[in-house]
Design a protein around this ligand. Structure first.
Ligand SMILES: Cc1cc2nc3c(=O)[nH]c(=O)nc-3n(C[C@H](O)[C@H](O)[C@H](O)COP(=O)(O)OP(=O)(O)OC[C@H]3O[C@@H](n4cnc5c(N)ncnc54)[C@H](O)[C@@H]3O)c2cc1C
Length: 420
């Protein structure tokens, strides 16, 4: 039976130590850590707990970052990237530890991920990537040549693959629901259907505080954490102009016969392909094929969800002709928080703590960044390797609330996929 959702707190106190905007992995993980360390914390969520990307994603708990390692090293230097990569591994451990400590029933499993090469040139690059990752981070990736790929995936369209056994899978909605309950048990006050409308900084006799206006009334807070991801609103304009909200869509088939499911994904990996405009897919524990992609770049609407269902079904059959007759029973969309440099960022903006830019790595990263921001507030040394790296604003037309140029970005990535 599904775990009952966390109940919303009712009365709003006049003041609190820390106000958190957004009840996804980031906000709830921060709240859990703060409450466990004796800090009074309130989380404000304009919809229901976990309503944003945290309940809608593919549940892939992945190592590394979105950008390839050579690009990262070129941009940030060897030492910084070693710390970033180590953080990506620590983030998965962090999810695993929370799931274990809080006894969250969310099918967390270290099943590993498989990247599949859409072109021979992509596969040719895997050898070098694996050697670099081994040399720089002492982390093992395994190359799967095309003639062995059937042991990993029931598809013949790829040129080979690369496996990372450290990655994991999780039921994302159950995980975020469990995280909400865990934060609440630790003593955090969670408010659903409570929109933060504005945040003003005030200084009184040298003491600084924030006045947070919510749809339930005003509250003052010593510190604020912005954990609103791709759904960041005009309430926090400095953060909003840095975020590029990109739609991603998922279909799920009917429950498949177990021998067919085993043929499609014999080792139950989290799978994604090597394109920019990529497909990602996996089996669910009840043997549905869950197949996602950036079928439309726009954030989700009824229209984009409907169109995406058909695009994704065609994509799925392209990979797995065996699923030609499988019924698609579910389709949904959500919005990812990208940044212009495709990096996660954390630190302070307008005096408030924030973390964002997790893109397709947010299950682990958002959890870890939330915990780390809480640590900073409690006085821990700052060891977040992403804090302090340059954080460029998104160009007009790609920003949250003003996304007219997103289809152009989508077209650009399709051209890149054709050319590279
Ligand atoms: C379809 C899809 C598939 C994905 N697949 C994967 C995957 O397989 N693996 C992976 O690692 N990542 C994946 N991601 C990304 C991952 O889900 C996100 O990076 C992660 O959930 C971000 O968590 P968060 O807590 O930062 O933000 P969110 O979970 O988006 O939470 C932000 C919350 O803030 C609330 N909010 C915003 N503004 C306000 C306000 N003013 N007042 C009150 N509340 C506010 C929103 O309602 C929202 O609930 C996927 C995302 C999508 C959409």
């Amino acid at each position: 039976m599904a775990t009952p959702p966390a109940k919303s707190a009712q009365d709003l106190p006049d003041s609190i130590d820390v106000a958190v905007v957004g009840a996804g992995y980031c906000g709830l993980s921060a709240a859990r850590t703060l409450a466990r360390r004796g800090v009074k914390v309130a989380v404000f969520e304009s919809e229901t707990f976990g309503w944003g990307a945290s309940s809608r994603n593919g549940g892939m708990v992945l190592t590394g970052m979105k950008l390839p390692v050579p690009t990262l090293i070129k941009g940030y230097g060897r030492e910084a990237v070693r710390k970033m990569y180590a953080a990506s591994l620590a983030a998965i451990d962090c999810v695993e530890q929370i799931v274990r400590e809080e006894n969250i029933d969310c099918n967390f499993s270290r099943c590993g991920h498989l990247e599949v090469a859409c072109k021979q040139a992509h596969f040719d690059g895997y050898e070098e990537s694996a050697a670099l990752v081994k040399r720089e981070f002492n982390h093992e990736l395994r190359i799967i040549p095309k003639n062995e790929l059937r042991g990993e995936i029931g598809s013949d369209i790829y040129f080979g693959g690369m496996v990372d056994e450290t990655s994991a899978g999780v039921n994302p909605a159950r995980y975020v629901a469990g995280l909400a309950l865990a934060a609440q048990r630790a003593g955090a006050c969670l408010y659903d259907h409570t929109r933060v409308a504005s945040i003003e900084q005030e200084t009184n006799n040298g003491a600084r505080k924030f006045c947070v206006q919510t749809s339930r009334g005003a509250i003052t807070a010593r510190e604020v954490i912005l954990a609103s991801g791709a759904y960041t609103t005009e309430a926090t304009p400095a953060l909003r102009k840095k975020i590029i909200p990109i739609g991603s869509y998922i279909i799920a088939t009917e429950v498949l016969p177990s021998d067919l499911a085993r043929e499609l994904s014999p080792r139950n990996r989290m799978i994604y392909d090597s394109k920019h405009f990529l497909y990602y897919y996996r089996l669910t524990p009840d043997n549905r094929m869950l197949f996602g992609g950036r079928a439309a770049f726009f954030p989700e609407t009824e229209n984009t969800v409907r169109q995406s269902a058909e695009i994704l079904r065609r994509g799925m059959i392209g990979v797995y002709p065996q699923l030609r007759d499988a019924k698609v029973e579910f389709v949904w969309g959500g919005t990812l928080d990208f940044t212009l440099d495709v990096m996660p960022h954390a630190g302070k903006l307008d005096g408030m703590y924030f973390a964002a830019g997790f893109a397709g790595h947010g299950v682990a990263a958002a959890t870890w960044f939330g915990m780390k921001l809480a640590g900073l507030i409690c006085g821990d040394p700052n060891d977040i390797p992403f804090d302090g790296i340059k954080f460029p604003a998104a160009p007009l037309g790609l920003r949250s609330g003003n996304t007219w140029a997103l289809p152009l970005a989508g077209a650009w990535y399709k051209i890149l996929d054709f050319l590279t």
